[in-house]
Design a protein around this ligand. Structure first.
Ligand SMILES: *Cc1c(COP(=O)(O)O)cnc(C)c1O
Length: 369
């Protein structure tokens, strides 16, 4: 195959596809091991907001049982009925995704086309521009306010051709949080023909006093789509399961464009079991809470500014993000550079177990200029 023919095929793809910048995942442990010759067991990865406790033991047992039935196509009934019970909604409101990323993509495919636009915030989750551009929509990025979503400015940015507003709450990578009254005021003011995606990947890490039943809001706001994931506190990032809750007609459309078997047997079984593992959830919450205090105290000791976070990660200011990141990698510590989010002076670290947090803090002390 000549280079010439593949170059012309590249150029035939729509301009909006070629405009996409690739998603940059946290560096895998094995990759750092290959690159720097550091043994895998000496590497600490605090880069992808994964659960440091691993997966729920109940989920593991369910996945192991399910291995016996892999010749069968997936059946999502059990997970859907568990979620329906969990949220007190009918199953017709649910859309299961291969990760919540998949659900975000389904929203884009249902509502966005060339000639429409999508509103999102500066420093918001990278998948929103990805999904919007893939569908050919125009992106409207609204400047952040104190690193969080500026809902008034986002409302003002909505145009007649706007079909989707993306909101991450808490937001990744900044950890900022919008309290319920602000969100409700936004939903009331927004025209009903604009879909609002409320991406709540970290909602289980919120303090009890901050938690609200946003799924119940779907009844009052049929343009609202709430998304959740099993990747974060449930510890199933590698299985890929998430879901959306929406008005029945919207859920129906999303299910029509969804691949019929987008979520596999193991993922469906693991997620249904994880949902009931209250012990694991409580432990994960407690470890995160203690680890957050430990890391924030450590950052303060080092004289570093951080953005108060409502998730399982915290973003802190180092000045030369790329340089500090490189010196952390050399010591076997993987965090997340966020230059791609317009924050080259900052790094994001996932809250880990106590010993790993300590390793991160001491590596950071020697990585600072
Ligand atoms: C991690 C994350 C997700 C979850 O992605 P999955 O596809 O479910 O693994 C969604 N939204 C935000 C803001 C995230 O940080």
């Amino acid at each position: 195959m000549s280079a010439k023919s593949s170059a012309s095929l590249f150029d035939l793809s729509p301009a909006h596809v070629r405009a996409i910048s690739p998603y940059q995942p946290g560096k895998p442990i094995t990759q750092l091991a290959r690159e720097m010759g550091i043994p895998v067991e000496r590497i600490v990865k605090l880069a992808s907001n994964e659960n440091p406790l691993g997966m729920s033991p109940k989920a593991r047992a369910a996945v192991e049982r399910e291995i016996a039935s892999l010749e069968r196509y997936p059946d999502d009934f059990e997970l859907k009925s568990a979620l329906a019970g969990h949220h007190g909604v009918g199953m017709e409101h649910l859309v299961i995704g291969n990760g919540s990323n998949d659900v975000l993509d389904l929203v884009a495919r249902v509502f966005l086309t060339p000639g429409t636009s999508a509103v999102f915030s500066q420093h918001a989750f990278a998948v929103y521009p990805l999904a919007s551009l893939s569908a050919g929509a125009e992106l409207i990025a609204v400047p952040a306010k104190e690193f969080g979503h500026d809902l008034d400015a986002m409302l003002a940015a909505v145009r007649p051709d706007t079909r989707v507003v993306w909101i991450a709450n808490p937001n990744n990578p900044t950890g900022t949080f919008l309290p319920a009254p602000a969100l409700l005021a936004f939903l009331r003011a927004l025209p009903g023909d604009v879909a609002v995606v409320l991406d709540e990947a970290y909602t289980e890490y919120l303090a009890p006093a901050e938690r609200v039943d946003t799924v119940a809001w779907v009844r009052d706001f049929p343009n609202l789509i709430v998304t959740r994931t099993f990747s974060k506190i449930y510890g199933l990032a590698g299985l890929r399961v998430g879901y959306g809750v929406a008005e029945a007609g919207v859920a129906d459309l999303m299910n029509r464009v969804r691949q019929p078997f987008n979520c596999n047997n193991l993922a469906l079984a693991g997620a249904a079991a994880a949902l009931t593992d209250h012990t694991f959830l409580a432990e994960s919450y407690a470890v995160n809470h203690a680890g957050m205090e430990q890391i924030v105290a450590g950052l303060k000791r080092l004289g570093l500014r951080h953005i108060p976070s409502h998730g399982n990660f915290v973003t802190f200011h180092v000045g030369d993000g790329a340089g500090v990141n490189q010196r952390l990698l050399k010591q076997g510590v993987i965090v997340r550079p966020i230059a791609g989010y317009g924050m080259p002076e900052w790094l994001r670290v996932t809250i880990g177990r106590e010993a790993d947090n300590e390793r991160f803090l001491s590596a950071l002390a020697s990585a600072l200029p």
